[in-house]
Design a protein around this ligand. Structure first.
Ligand SMILES: *Cc1c(COP(=O)(O)O)cnc(C)c1O
Length: 361
């Protein structure tokens, strides 16, 4: 049997390049706490993402928690049921209440009309996900937020390298968070970032990331430990060197899947930012759950492991109030993300596609 194929494979740079950074770390004897490589990576990412302010963190989930802590201050946060669990768990972890607004059936991003209906006097913020790197209706969302005095946080964990109307997708809203987990398009092993336009908010983020420390003996306020370390930053610097190639390869993979799966009874999300898409994931929507599960089973039998991103929907988590979200509930039952990585060879894509065609064609 051929090698196992997962939904993604971590991009690893040539080891010599990583080793060169590790040698530097050894020479300095400095492995965390705002080291030189973390500083270098922050500068390069800020440029690459055209971000006004950028604060690196140890992962995307802590970035989300810090953003919520700094911006929402309790109450209800309107959010999408169709995202990774961290989008909701961070809200609950911060002592806020997630209130769901269903998704648009085409884009699978949160539906602004449903946001409007979910607003109560307790609402403090909107936390929306650019799911699969597909842009939320950022104009409508910012209009709602302005009218009701709400903060907007984007979970841009999938949005690295994506743009909307010529601007990086992670630059919308009051703040965006990125995840640099090993499974993401750009990664630092584990890592993340907080992006915002406001200098004061950025300073709050940076204090919160480092226990609230203001120098060694003073504290600006409550904080947590969410610092990135030098080994992660070294990985990030190496992966960033390969970014153009990673994006081009993923685009080619998408085009190839589109061709290989042509004519089958499947669809994909409607992209709001088709010209600025990052091809982070290849989600396939089957006609129904039975078809989805049949394909999953057939692929698993051949050592191929796509993922049901995102099943179950977050409004069905055991620690939230269950509210039916008809669109998201239905979509999440019949979606599979097919393998995509910077190393996926065309013949593996053919193998995946043939199994799908044999199962539902
Ligand atoms: C990966 C991911 C996160 C969590 O990021 P980590 O860096 O793994 O903590 C949050 N939200 C979404 C949508 C994600 O895909």
């Amino acid at each position: 049997m051929s090698k196992k194929l997962y939904v993604t494979k971590t991009h690893l740079p040539p080891i010599e390049r990583y080793k060169a950074y590790i040698d530097q770390i050894w020479e300095r004897g400095w492995i965390t706490n705002h080291g030189e490589l973390v500083g270098k990576l922050a500068v390069r990412l800020q440029k690459c993402l055209d971000a006004k302010q950028l604060c690196l963190t140890s992962n995307g989930t802590l970035a989300l928690q810090i953003a919520i802590k700094a911006l929402a201050k309790g109450g209800e946060i309107i959010t999408t049921p169709f995202s990774y669990v961290a989008t909701t768990s961070s809200i609950v972890w911060q002592g806020c209440k997630p209130v769901y607004a269903d998704i648009e059936p085409g884009t699978l991003c949160i539906d602004p009309a449903k946001i409007e209906q979910a607003i109560t006097p307790q609402t403090t913020a909107i936390l929306a996900t650019h799911v699969y790197g597909n842009a939320c209706d950022v104009e409508a969302i910012s209009g709602i937020a302005e009218r009701h005095g709400l903060k907007v946080i984007y979970d841009a964990a999938h949005a690295f390298g994506a743009s909307y109307r010529g601007k990086p997708l992670c630059n919308y809203g009051d703040a965006s968070i990125l995840s640099f987990h090993a499974t993401k398009l750009f990664h630092t092993i584990e890592g993340g970032a907080l992006i915002c336009n406001d200098k004061e908010l950025h300073e709050t983020f940076c204090y919160m990331r480092n226990f609230g420390h203001d120098g060694e003996e003073a504290f600006h306020g409550l904080g947590i430990n969410a610092k990135m370390n030098e080994f992660s930053a070294a990985m990030g610097l190496c992966v960033l060197d390969d970014l153009d190639g990673i994006l081009a390869k993923r685009k080619a993979i998408h085009e190839n899947y589109n061709e290989l799966l042509d004519g089958l009874p499947i669809t994909g999300p409607r992209l709001r930012n088709a010209d600025g898409y990052n091809h982070a994931y290849y989600p396939v929507l089957f006609a129904d759950e039975a078809a989805c599960l049949a394909v999953q089973k057939a692929l698993n039998k051949e050592g191929i492991y796509p993922r049901r991103y995102f099943y179950p929907p977050l409004n069905q988590l055991p620690y939230v109030e269950h509210a039916p979200m008809p669109v998201s509930d239905e979509v999440s039952r019949r979606v599979l993300c097919l393998p995509v990585s910077s190393e996926l060879p065309p013949d593996e894509q053919e193998r995946v596609s043939q199994i799908i065609r044999k199962t539902i064609g």
